[in-house]
Design a protein around this ligand. Structure first.
Ligand SMILES: Nc1ncnc2c1ncn2[C@@H]1O[C@H](COP(=O)(O)OP(=O)(O)OP(=O)(O)O)[C@@H](O)[C@H]1O
Length: 236
C-alpha cells in the first residue's frame, strides 16, 4: 500500500487553477521527486497534503486512510511531516529545542532527548545545537528544519527545496541522508530545483506544469521527455 496517495486534487485561486486534477503516489522506501517550473503548483500540493489548504476536489490518503478532511495535527499523528520553502523555525528557541518540541509531539516522546541528540549527530548539527536558528546561514537552517521534521519520526516526509543554499559537498551529504532515510522505510517526497540532486537521488519523478502532471517516471526517462523539456524552456 502506498504511504501517500493523492488523487484528483484541484485548487483554484480565483480563476487560476494552481492544481488541476493532480494525482501522486509516494511509496515507503522510495524518494519521489516533484519538480516543475516556478508557479507549477508544487508548494500548493504540499499545502494540500499537509492540510494547510483544502482542495475544491480530490482526496489525500496516508497509509490507505482518507485524511482529506483531517487537520494538520491529525495528519502528523498519522506519520506526516514537512519542511517549508521559507524557513518556519522558532527563532527564540535553540536548534536543539526546535527539534525537541517536535520530538515531544512524536510517537516516542519519552525518548525525545536521546532521539534529538542522535539526530543532531546524524545531521552534523551538534556544534550549533545551542545556537539560535536565526543566526545560521540559510542552508544550515534548512537542515535544522529537516531535523525538526525527522524528530517526529515521520513515515511520510515532504521536503520543500531543502538543498537551497547548500554547497556541492553539503548537497552530496544531503543526498546520502535522503537515500538512507528511504532505506529505513520513509516515503520521502522532494521538491527541489537542484536537478543534479533530483536526478541522482529519486526513484520516481513527477513533473508539474501549470497545475497538471505532465510526466511521471524514473529520472532518466523524465529528463529526456520532450514535454518536460518544453515546459522548462518556456520558463527560461
Ligand atoms: N495564496 C495564494 N493566492 C493566490 N495565488 C496563489 C497563492 N499561492 C499560490 N498561488 C498561485 O498558484 C500557482 C502555484 O503556486 P505554487 O507556489 O504552488 O508553485 P510552485 O511550483 O511551488 O512554485 P515555486 O517553484 O516558484 O515555489 C501560482 O500561479 C501562484 O501564483
Amino acid at each position: 500500500m502506498a504511504s501517500l496517495q493523492v488523487s484528483g486534487v484541484t485548487v483554484a485561486f480565483g480563476g487560476n487553477r494552481a492544481l488541476d486534477g493532480v494525482g501522486l503516489t509516494a511509496e515507503s522506501g522510495h524518494v519521489t521527486g516533484l519538480i516543475g517550473p516556478n508557479g507549477a503548483g508544487k508548494s500548493t500540493l504540499f499545502d494540500v497534503v499537509s492540510g494547510l489548504r483544502r482542495p475544491s476536489s480530490g482526496r489525500v490518503f496516508l497509509d490507505g486512510r482518507d485524511v482529506t478532511r483531517s487537520r494538520p495535527a491529525g495528519r502528523s499523528r498519522h506519520g506526516l511531516a514537512r519542511t517549508f520553502q521559507r524557513l518556519e523555525l522558532f527563532g527564540r528557541l535553540s536548534v536543539r529545542d526546535n527539534l525537541l518540541v517536535a520530538a515531544e509531539l512524536g510517537p516516542d516522546r519519552r525518548r525525545a532527548a536521546a532521539l534529538v541528540d542522535a539526530l543532531l549527530t546524524r545531521l552534523g548539527l551538534t556544534a550549533i545545537a545551542d545556537s539560535s536558528p536565526d543566526s545560521l546561514p540559510t542552508g544550515v537552517g534548512r537542515l535544522v528544519e529537516v531535523g525538526r521534521a525527522l524528530a517526529m519520526r515521520p513515515k511520510v516526509l515532504l521536503l520543500d527545496e531543502p538543498a537551497a543554499g547548500q554547497d556541492g559537498e553539503e548537497t552530496e551529504r544531503f543526498a546520502a541522508l535522503l537515500r538512507a532515510l528511504a532505506d529505513e522505510g520513509t516515503a520521502v517526497v522532494l521538491v527541489e530545483h537542484d536537478m543534479g540532486l533530483v536526478m541522482s537521488v529519486c526513484d520516481q519523478v513527477y513533473v508539474l506544469d501549470l497545475g497538471k502532471v505532465i510526466a511521471v517516471g524514473p529520472p532518466d526517462l523524465v529528463r529526456h521527455d520532450e514535454t518536460v523539456l518544453a515546459a522548462y524552456l518556456g520558463d527560461a
